[in-house]
Ligand binder design. Structure first.
Ligand code: MGD
Ligand code: MGD
Ligand code: MO
Length: 772
C-alpha cells in the first residue's frame, strides 16, 4: 500500500521535549485554530456552545460522562472535542465534480488526512463493476441496487453489517433489526477492536459487560488507578474528574510505558486557576511499566494483599464481600500465592519496592477504582488481565459501593449504546426473545461474525456484501494488506458516512457512498424535528440534538437510510415492521426499544429529563448475572510475547491530533512531535544497544509466530522515554504490522499493542511527495 504526503511538501519532522502537563490555555487556542480552519466563526460558536449541554449536541468524541446538570461549565468540552465537532461542521464539500476528477485508484493512493480534509460528502455515489470512478446515483436507485444485491445472496449470512461507535442508539437499533429480520447476526463493530476484552472479562466474572462506576464515584474515590490509557489526549474531561477527586483527597496511580503529559500535570481550562497557574499534578505515583506487564503487576499486588492479611488477619480483606458475593477465592488465592516474584519483576520491569508502595496506597484506601483502556485490552492476555483487576477489586470489596469499582473507559461516544441496542454478533437469547415478542419474527440464533472473523470470511469468498454504518473499516482493522484484499473480494460494499476515508477507496465490484447527516446537524423528518440518543461510558443515556443546517440538502439521516434500505430489501418478504413510521418519528423506535431493553422503560419520557437515564448495573445492587449467581475470582496465567534478541515490543497508539483513523494534523503536541506521523519512539537505552540513533530512518519489520514478516516503510526514530524493550508508533499507519491472527485470547480482539518488531535501516528513501 502506498503511503505518501499529499500536500506537496516534504514532511518536516521537528521534535521538542515532551510536555509535562496537558490542557490549559494553549489547548483552547489549538482547538480554535483547527476549528476556524474548518468552518466559520459563527458555525464554530454555534456548535461549541451547545456541546454537552442539556438538549444540546453530544460531543462526537470520547464516551466520558458529563457532570450532572447544574454542574456543567458553559464550555463543557475539551480541545479535542472541539476539533472533532468542527471536523464534522467543516464548510468544505465534496461534490460530484470531485469524483470526476479523482478516480478510485487515485483516491486509494491518498493519505488518510488528505481524504478527510476534502470535506463533507454531499450526494450518494456509486462505483459500478469494472469502472474506476464513482458517479452520482439517486437515493431511490441506490436503495434498489442494494436491495437487489442483498436479495440475490445465497444466504443472509453472506452479508456483514459493521457499526462504528459514532452511530446513535436509534440508528443502531434499526440496523440490527434489519439484519436480524433479513436473517443474520453478522453484526461486527468497532467494539470488537476496542473494549471487547473488557466486555468479555467483566461478563465472565461479574455478569455484566459494562463498567460499574459513575462520575460521582470518581469524585469520591480514595485511590484511582489509570492503567493503559492516555486521558490527556483521548479522554481530556477525565482529567477534570481526576482533578476533582484529588481535591477531595484521592491519590492517583498511573501505569504506563510512556510518561504521558496528562498523567503528570493538568491545567484545567475551565477554571481561572487552570488558565494561569501551574495546574494540578495528577499522578501521585507513576509506574513505568513494560508493555504487557499489567497482569503481572496486579498479581503481585494481589499476592501482597493476601500476605498482608496473613500478617494481620481480619484487617485487609473484605471477608463479608468475599463470602457473600463471590466464588473461587480459594483457588485464586492458591494460585496468586504461587506466582514467582522474578516473573513479576521481569514482566513489569518494576521493582518490588515500587509494587509494595502501591500496596500501601491500597491498604490506606477505603474506596478504589481501576480505570483502563486500549493499553490493556489490545494484548493477547487482555482478558486475564482484566479478570485480575476484578480479583484485585473484590479482595477489599471495592465493587458495588460508592467511590469504588471497575471503569473501562470507552472510546467512541456511543460505542456502549450500540451494544445495548443489539449491535453484537452474539446477543443473548433474552434480547432475541424480546425482539421476537415485539416484532413477531424469529431472529436467527446462531452467532454471527465479529470483525476478525468477517475479514477471514470475506477473504475466503464466504461474504459478498459489506455495509458499514459509520467508521473506516479497512484502516481500523489489523493487517491492512490482508484486510484490503478481503474487502476488495466482496461483490458489494456500501458505506453510510459523513466524510471520505480509505474504506470508500478499497471497495467491492459495486461500491456505494451513502452520505449522511452528522450529529451537529438538524434532523427534520416528516414527523418533525428529531433528536437521537447516546449512552456514555457510565451507562447514562441522554439526547443529542443537532443545530446546524445540513451540509447538503441531499443528505439523509442514518435512520432514514437504514429504514428505506430495510423496507426495499424486505418488501413483501420480511416481518411486518413499520419502517416508514420509524423514519418519520424516532420516538416510535424508542417506544420499541423501551419494550426490549431492560432499564429503558418509558424511554421517551425519561430521556428528555435533564441528565437523561442512568441504566442500572446489577453489580451495584449486589446481583451478579453469572451462571452461578455470584461474582467469580479467577486464576489467571499468561505467556509474555517472545521478543527475540535485537527486537522490540511495539504498541500502536493515537497522537494528540487524530480521531482514530483520521489524523487532523501531523503533530503530537504533548509528545513534542511535529510535522510527521511516521515516527517510532524508542528508548535511549535500546538505541544504544541496537546501534541506532535518534533521527535514523528505519523500516519497521513485524515478525509473527508463523514466521511471516510484515513491513512498514521509512519511519524516523525519536529517542523517547518509553520503557526499555518497548517502542511506540501511530495507528493506523502501523496496522499493516498487526497480523490478523494476533488476537486476544477469548475476546478475539486484535492485539494491536503487542507487535514484535525489528528496526532495519530504511530500504528506500522517503517516497516522493505527490501534489494534492
Ligand atoms: N483525541 C482522541 N480521542 C479519542 C480517540 C482518538 O483517536 N483521538 N479515540 C477514542 C477511542 S475509539 C478510544 S478506544 C480511546 C482510546 O484511548 P487510549 O486507550 O488512551 O488510546 P491509545 O492511544 O491507544 O493509548 C493507549 C495508552 O496505553 C498505553 N499503553 C500501551 N500499552 C500498554 C501496556 O501494556 N500497559 C499499560 N499500562 N499501558 C499501555 C500507551 O502508552 C497509551 O498511553 O480514545 C477515544 N478518544
Ligand atoms: N493498530 C491499531 N488499530 C486500532 C486501534 C489501535 O489502537 N491500534 N484502535 C481500535 C479502536 S479502539 C477503534 S474504536 C477502531 C476505530 O474504528 P472506526 O470506528 O471504524 O473508525 P473511525 O476512524 O472512528 O471512523 C471514522 C469515519 O467515520 C465516519 N463518521 C464520522 N462521524 C460519523 C457520523 O456521525 N455518522 C456516520 N455515518 N459516519 C460518521 C467518517 O466517514 C469517518 O471517516 O480502530 C481500532 N484499530
Ligand atoms: Mo475505540
Amino acid at each position: 500500500m502506498s503511503e505518501r504526503s499529499d500536500d506537496g511538501s516534504q514532511e518536516q519532522l521537528t521534535v521538542t521535549p515532551p510536555k509535562t502537563w496537558a490542557t490549559g490555555a494553549p489547548a483552547v487556542m489549538h482547538a480554535l485554530e483547527y476549528s476556524l480552519a474548518q468552518t466559520s466563526p459563527l458555525r464554530a460558536g454555534q456548535t461549541l456552545l451547545t456541546m454537552n449541554q442539556v438538549d444540546g449536541i453530544d460531543c462526537p468524541g470520547c464516551a466520558w460522562a458529563d457532570p450532572a446538570p447544574g454542574h456543567r461549565h458553559r464550555n463543557e468540552y475539551c480541545e479535542n472535542g472541539a476539533k472533532h465537532i468542527n471536523d464534522e461542521a467543516t464548510t468544505r464539500r465534496i461534490t460530484r465534480g470531485f469524483f470526476r476528477e479523482h478516480s478510485v485508484s487515485d483516491l486509494a493512493g491518498r493519505s488518510d488526512k488528505w481524504l478527510n480534509d476534502q470535506g463533507r460528502l454531499t450526494e450518494p455515489m456509486v462505483k459500478r463493476p469494472g469502472s474506476d470512478f464513482y458517479e452520482p446515483i439517486s437515493w431511490h436507485d441506490a436503495f434498489g441496487l442494494l436491495a437487489g444485491e442483498l436479495t440475490s445472496l445465497d444466504s443472509p449470512d453472506e452479508a456483514v453489517f459493521y457499526t462504528s461507535g459514532r452511530a446513535s442508539n436509534e440508528a443502531a437499533f434499526v440496523l440490527q433489526l434489519f439484519a436480524r429480520a433479513l436473517g443474520t447476526n453478522n453484526l461486527p463493530d468497532c467494539s470488537n477492536l476496542c473494549h471487547e476484552s473488557s466486555g468479555y472479562a467483566l461478563h465472565e466474572t461479574l455478569g455484566t459487560g459494562k463498567g460499574t462506576v459513575s462520575l460521582e464515584d470518581m469524585h469520591h474515590a480514595d485511590l484511582i488507578f489509570v492503567v493503559g490509557q492516555n486521558p490527556g489526549s483521548n479522554h481530556p474531561r477525565q482529567l477534570s474528574a481526576l482533578e476533582q477527586a484529588k481535591r477531595n483527597g484521592a491519590r492517583i496511580v498511573a501505569v504506563n510505558p510512556l510518561p504521558e503529559a496528562g498523567l503528570l500535570r493538568f491545567r484545567n481550562p475551565q477554571t481561572a486557576r487552570g488558565l494561569i497557574g501551574h495546574g494540578t499534578a495528577i499522578a501521585d505515583r507513576f509506574l513505568h511499566i513494560r508493555v504487557g506487564g499489567d497482569l503481572a503487576l496486579f498479581q503481585g499486588l494481589n499476592r501482597l494483599l493476601l500476605e498482608a492479611e496473613d500478617a494481620r488477619p481480619g484487617t485487609v480483606l473484605d471477608h463479608d464481600f468475599i463470602d457473600t458475593n463471590t466464588e473461587g477465592f480459594a483457588d485464586f488465592a492458591r494460585h496468586v500465592r504461587s506466582v514467582d516474584w522474578d516473573d513479576i519483576l521481569t514482566a513489569t520491569g518494576l521493582t518490588r519496592e515500587e509494587i509494595e508502595e502501591v500496596r500501601d496506597d491500597v491498604l490506606r484506601s477505603e474506596r478504589v477504582i481501576v480505570c483502563w483502556a486500549m493499553g490493556i485490552t489490545q494484548h493477547k492476555h487482555a482478558v486475564p488481565t482484566i479478570r485480575e483487576f476484578v480479583n484485585f477489586l473484590m479482595l477489599r470489596g471495592n465493587l458495588g459501593r460508592a467511590g469504588a469499582g471497575a471503569c473501562p473507559v470507552r472510546g467512541h461516544s456511543n460505542v456502549q449504546g450500540d451494544r445495548t441496542m443489539g449491535i453484537w454478533e452474539q446477543m443473548p437469547d433474552s434480547f432475541l426473545d424480546a425482539l421476537r415478542e415485539e416484532f413477531g419474527f424469529d431472529p436467527p440464533r446462531a452467532h454471527g461474525m465479529d470483525s476478525v472473523k468477517a475479514i477471514r470470511a470475506m477473504r475466503e469468498g464466504r461474504v459478498k456484501f459489506f455495509l458499514s454504518l459509520a467508521g473506516n473499516f479497512v484502516r481500523a482493522a489489523p493487517d491492512s494488506a490482508v484486510t484490503e484484499e478481503a474487502v476488495r473480494a466482496c461483490r458489494t460494499t456500501a458505506h453510510i458516512s459523513t466524510k471520505l476515508n480509505r474504506t470508500h477507496t478499497v471497495c467491492g465490484d459495486t461500491a456505494l457512498i451513502l452520505p449522511t447527516l452528522g450529529r451537529t446537524e438538524r434532523d427534520v423528518q416528516s414527523g418533525g424535528e428529531q433528536f437521537v440518543t447516546v449512552e456514555n461510558s457510565m451507562s447514562e443515556v441522554h439526547t443529542s440534538r443537532g443545530r446546524l443546517q445540513p451540509a447538503s440538502p441531499l443528505l439523509l439521516s442514518e435512520v432514514a437510510i437504514l429504514c428505506r434500505l430495510a423496507r426495499r430489501t424486505l418488501a413483501g418478504k420480511g416481518p411486518d415492521i413499520p419502517w416508514p413510521k420509524f423514519e418519520s418519528d424516532y420516538g416510535e423506535i424508542r417506544d420499541r426499544i423501551a419494550r426490549i431493553v431492560p432499564g429503558l422503560h418509558d424511554f421517551n419520557r425519561r430521556v428528555v429529563r435533564p441528565g437523561g437515564i442512568r441504566l442500572p448495573n446489577a453489580v451495584n445492587e449486589g446481583v451478579f448475572h453469572t451462571p452461578v449467581g455470584k461474582a467469580r475470582f479467577t486464576r489467571n496465567t499468561y505467556e509474555l510475547p517472545r521478543v527475540p534478541e535485537g527486537h522490540l515490543l511495539l504498541q500502536t497508539l493515537r497522537s494528540h491530533d487524530q480521531w482514530n483513523t483520521v489524523p487532523y494534523t501531523d503533530n503530537d503536541r504533548y509528545r513534542g512531535i511535529h510535522g510527521s506521523r511516521r515516527v517510532v519512539l524508542v528508548s535511549p537505552a535500546d538505541l544504544t544497544a541496537l546501534g541506532l540513533a535518534d533521527g535514523d530512518h528505519v523500516d519497521l519489520v513485524g515478525v509473527w509466530t508463523d514466521g511471516t514478516e510484515r513491513r512498514a516503510d521509512d519511519f524516523t526514530i525519536v529517542a523517547y522515554p518509553t520503557k526499555a524493550g518497548t517502542a511506540a508508533a501511530y495507528y493506523p499507519e502501523t496496522n499493516v504490522l498487526v497480523p490478523l491472527d494476533s488476537v486476544a485470547d477469548h475476546s478475539n480482539q486484535p492485539a494491536s499493542k503487542s507487535v514484535v518488531v525489528r528496526l532495519e535501516p530504511a530500504r528506500r528513501p522517503a517516497a516522493a511527495p505527490v501534489p494534492g
